[in-house]
Ligand binder design. Structure first.
Ligand SMILES: [Zn+2]
Length: 105
């Protein structure tokens, strides 16, 4: 299980809730079950990509989508890792049956 660390909101924007950095989940507030599941999906994605490649892929994909949409939030929601996490965060059994490398499923 990753370590969850509560941090001050002032370090990030007011809309920021949590970020997963490998085996560490930084959060500004208590996560409900679905929010935690969202972050644990990111943990699974990062593990299977051996961490660093995940962040490189994530950043490049966000940049490409930002150029396409000219909207940071729309780019964020369309990153394949976020699409998988948002699509399945309410399914608390998802990680038990999740298939590897199927981010946009
Ligand atoms: Zn996310």
């Amino acid at each position: 299980m990753p370590k969850i660390l509560k941090i001050k909101r002032i370090l990030f924007g007011r809309n920021f809730l949590a970020i997963t950095l490998g085996e560490l989940i930084l959060t500004t507030d208590r996560l409900d079950a679905c929010e935690l599941n969202h972050e644990l999906i990111h943990v699974a994605q990062q593990r299977e990509l051996l961490y660093l490649p995940f962040f490189i892929w994530y950043g490049i994909e966000w940049l490409v989508l930002f150029v396409r949409y000219r909207n940071a939030l729309k780019a964020y929601y369309n990153i394949r890792f976020e699409k998988e996490a948002y699509r399945h965060q309410d399914d608390l059994g998802y990680l038990k049956c999740r298939r590897h490398f199927r981010y946009d499923q």
